[in-house]
Structures are given as C-alpha cells and as structure tokens.
Design a protein around this ligand. Structure first.
Ligand code: HEM
Length: 399
C-alpha cells in the first residue's frame, strides 16, 4: 500500500496520519504551553479520571485569547462541564438520543441519501462532501432540533469560520504575539447564538415536537434551563451533530478507495458495514484531540504533569498506538474487538454516537449500491481540512 498520507497529500499538521514514528506517549510542548498525550493507555487514564483531568479547560485560557472575553458564556456547554453538574445536564438530553429515537430515523436517512444522490446523478458529477457527506447529517440534525434545514448554508458558513483554521493557539505567549483573529471566531459565534436564541424563544411561546422544545421545557432539579444554557447546548448539537459525521462519511469512502480489497469485501458482505465504520473511526479519527485541565500534579506515562496545565489528549494518535492496535496503519475492519477512542470514553462519551453510526451505516450501504466502484478522481485532488484537531476531507471528487 502506498503511504496513504503522501498519496492524498494530507497536510503535515495532521502529524499522526504521517506514518508510524516513535513518539513518547506524553510530551510537553513549550511553544504551545501544553502537554500532548499520544499513548492509548495514557488516554484511557485521562478519560477515566475526570477529577484529575477536568473538562473545564477555559479557566486556563487567558481572557485575551477568548473571543469576547468576559461576555463569552460557556454555560450549558456540556463538553466543558465536570461532575456533578455534568451528570444532570447529560441526563436531560440523553432521552433524546435513545436507541428508539435514533432507530426511527433510519427511513428518513435512507430517503435523504437517495434524494441527494439523485441530484448528483442528474448533474453528472459526484463530489462526496458537497453532494452527500455535508448535507445529509446537517439536514438530519436540523430536523431533530427543529430549525429549518433550508438554513444550512448559514450553518456551513458558521462551521467553516469556526473550524477551517490552521492557526495554533499558544498558552505560553501573550495574545498580541500570536496570529489569532478573535473577531473571526466571535462573529459567527454571536450570529449562531442569536439565531438559536430566536428559535428557542419561539418554542417557549409555541412548543413543537422537536429537540429544541425538549430543551426549553427540560428541568434540572426542578428548574428550567436558563436561556444561555439552552442556546449553548443547541449550538453543540448543531455543530457536533454534523461536522464530525461529515468527516466520518468522507473518511470512510477515502479508506475504501485506499484499500480497494476491503471495498470488494464489504460489497460482497454488507453485514461488515458496521465494522468498516468503526475501523474508519479508528484510522481517520474525525475529532482528533480533546482538551483537559489538570487539577493536581499527576504522573502519566512516566512524567509528572503539574496541576493547572492544559493536556491535549490525541485520540487520533492513540487510535494508532501499536501497543493496542497491531499494524495500526492498515485499514482492517476485521479487528475484533476494535476498542478505538473515536467517540471518546468515560462520562463524556459521545451522546450522538448511535446517530452517527446509523448515518454512516445507511449512507455507506446506499453508496455501495449506487456507486461502483467508489473511487477518487486521479485528476481532481482530495482536499483535507486544515485544522489539526479535525481529521476529515473537505473535498472528495469521485469518478
Ligand atoms: C461528545 C466525537 C457525532 C453530540 C463527543 C466526544 C467525542 C465525539 C470524541 C467526547 C468529547 C469529550 O470527551 O470531551 C464524535 C464523532 C462523531 C460525533 C467522531 C461522528 C462521527 C455526534 C453527533 C452528535 C454528537 C451526531 C449529536 C447529534 C455530542 C455531544 C457530546 C459529544 C452532545 C458531549 C457529551 C458529554 O460531554 O457528555 N463526540 N461525535 N456527536 N458528542 Fe459527538
């Protein structure tokens, strides 16, 4: 197999995709003022110990590096909240993602996939991201939340402004010495908040059968969620609900292009589709790194990380740790078990995992029926997202 990172011209900042290299499991990055953790067992320790590795990382970020400084509210941002508040908030939305709620979406996901592929067929070209991998999850999450899916050009604009950046923030340098454009983040953030606040206010007046209504009506300890918490939760669902799944769909097709023998196998045995999706999540982990803040001095991988330090837990690297996954660079859906960390682990384990898996499974099955072979266009290169913590294609033209 030709080296996959070279073959698709994957930017160097996605370093863990650039073939095997010996790497210490825990390293301090003095330039960024953060610790990088790459090892699988070390990540298990981090994700299993929220008391030591807190999700409230914003307290370590200097105010002048936070878009909007004090006016920026993280209230209700479930990924940033520690126990015991985390458990309460999580319980509140968990019922929206039960097995049954998700399973009921299957016919709608299949119908949408066909509709989107019909439109591409009528145009005569297929660029997987624009034609399917982006619109499918965004329409599904918009319909679940209860916001108009016709506004998706807006959502894309916001998501691109927030995530399509390759600038690296350092906690070790003052903001003025860094090339960070806080306005570029603040503007889409404010627009998105105002948009969702408007829809939430409407649901308070006129409830509907949607997730936004459930959020405005939900109670924690007998009290309704305050407006800023509802809005921030809705932002997470809208963003987390589609960007990552877009990456999952694109990356899976890329894996089947790079490993054609696996494409033949899954065509012949559709029962292996779930395993293909899991292996894609391992090899091309969409959400490649999670931030945590140490609450005490802690020994990890043979070094001591002091209290109040930022730790980047690189899921993408741990998922290629040869101590856990033999031949980690090989796309092998036959790995059984495949305990990848693509959806995280522990109390913050992805709430949307059943939905993402369903979308992946349904869309891949239909793609295999309708597009044979699934092959990238050698004359029209694949493009990757620039952001180091997001692993995904943003353009995937197929022949
Ligand atoms: C949490 C990945 C799809 C909603 C997470 C976490 C990861 C992740 C790694 C853990 C964050 C942490 O520990 O700090 C992914 C991937 C997806 C995906 C790779 C697609 C392939 C979705 C979807 C939704 C969603 C479709 C919603 C509809 C959430 C939420 C959390 C979360 C609400 C926070 C859970 C908590 O803090 O308790 N996701 N996600 N995700 N995800 Fe996903």
């Amino acid at each position: 197999m030709a080296d996959i990172a070279e073959r698709y011209n994957i930017p160097r900042q996605h370093f863990w995709l650039h073939g095997p290299r010996s790497r210490r499991p825990v390293e301090y990055d003095a330039d960024a003022g953060m610790w990088n953790v790459y090892g699988y067992p070390e990540l298990q320790e981090i994700l299993g110990d929220p008391a030591t590795f807190s999700s409230d990382t914003m307290r370590l970020v200097p105010k002048d590096l936070i878009p909007g400084g004090d006016e920026f509210s993280m209230a209700g941002f479930i990924t940033q909240i520690d126990p015991p508040e985390h458990g309460k908030l999580r319980k509140l939305v968990s019922h929206a993602f039960t097995r049954k709620v998700v399973a009921d979406l299957e016919p709608r996901i299949a119908a949408l996939t066909h509709e989107l592929l019909d439109a591409a067929r009528d145009r005569g070209t297929l660029e997987l991201v624009t034609d399917l991998a982006y619109p499918l999850p965004v329409i599904v999450i918009a319909e679940l939340l209860g916001v108009p899916s016709g506004d998706r050009a807006l959502f894309k604009q916001w998501a691109d402004a927030l995530f399509q950046r390759d600038t690296k923030i350092s906690l070790a340098k003052p903001a003025e010495q860094q090339n960070v454009d806080l306005q570029a983040t603040l503007k889409p953030w404010k627009e998105m908040s105002a948009y969702l606040a408007g829809h939430a206010a409407e649901r308070r007046r006129q409830p509907r059968a949607d997730l936004l209504t459930k959020l405005v009506e939900a109670e924690v300890d007998g009290e309704r969620l305050p407006d800023d918490q509802v809005v921030n939760f809705a932002i997470i669902l809208l963003l987390a609900g589609h960007i990552t799944t877009t990456m999952l769909l694109g990356n899976t097709v890329l894996c089947l292009d790079a490993f054609p023998e696996q494409q033949d196998k899954v065509r012949a045995d559709r029962a292996s589709i779930p395993a293909v999706i899991e292996e894609s999540l391992r090899l091309f982990t969409p959400f490649a790194a999670l931030g945590r803040a140490t609450t005490r001095d802690v020994e990890l991988g043979g070094v001591t990380i002091p209290a109040d330090h930022m730790v980047m837990a690189w899921l993408g690297a741990a998922n290629r740790d040869p101590r856990q996954f033999p031949d980690p660079e090989v796309f092998d859906p036959g790995r059984d078990p495949n305990p990848h960390l693509g959806f995280g682990r522990g109390i913050h384990f992805c709430l949307g995992a059943p939905l993402a898996r369903l979308e992946g499974r349904v869309a891949l099955n239909i793609l295999l029926d309708r597009v044979n072979p699934l092959r990238t266009d050698p004359g029209d290169p694949v493009e990757f997202m620039p952001t180091p913590t997001m692993t995904g294609v943003r353009r995937l033209p197929l022949i």
